[in-house]
Design a protein around this ligand. Structure first.
Ligand code: ZN
Length: 97
């Protein structure tokens, strides 16, 4: 494959994005990983989802924010942290659910 190093698809990006160089959501840069292994990557993504979900819920609760309604919408669409960032609970529109 590519000059050594661990090789797995980041949960947030999936295989297609990985082929384009999006290896790690956490690194924030293409062709670069910050996680040591898939388990580490998964744990990091779980924490990232929870943090993001918490942030969305927090902003949705702030009625004075001009975007509160948008955040409330997101909080409703993504019912659980697992549905964010390619998580195990994310709805695949192709799955015809
Ligand atoms: Zn990663």
């Amino acid at each position: 494959m590519n000059g050594g190093g661990p090789d797995w698809d980041c949960e947030a990006y999936g295989p297609e994005a990985a082929a384009a160089g999006a290896l790690c959501f956490v690194s924030g840069a293409l062709h670069k990983r910050v996680c040591d292994d898939p388990a580490d990557c998964r744990q990091t993504m779980i924490r990232s989802r929870q943090r993001l979900f918490g942030r969305i819920s927090e902003l949705a609760a702030h009625g004075d924010s001009p975007y509160a309604a948008d955040y409330a919408y997101l909080a409703e669409v993504f019912g659980t942290p697992d549905q964010l960032l390619g998580g195990p609970g994310h709805a695949d529109p192709e799955a015809g659910e």
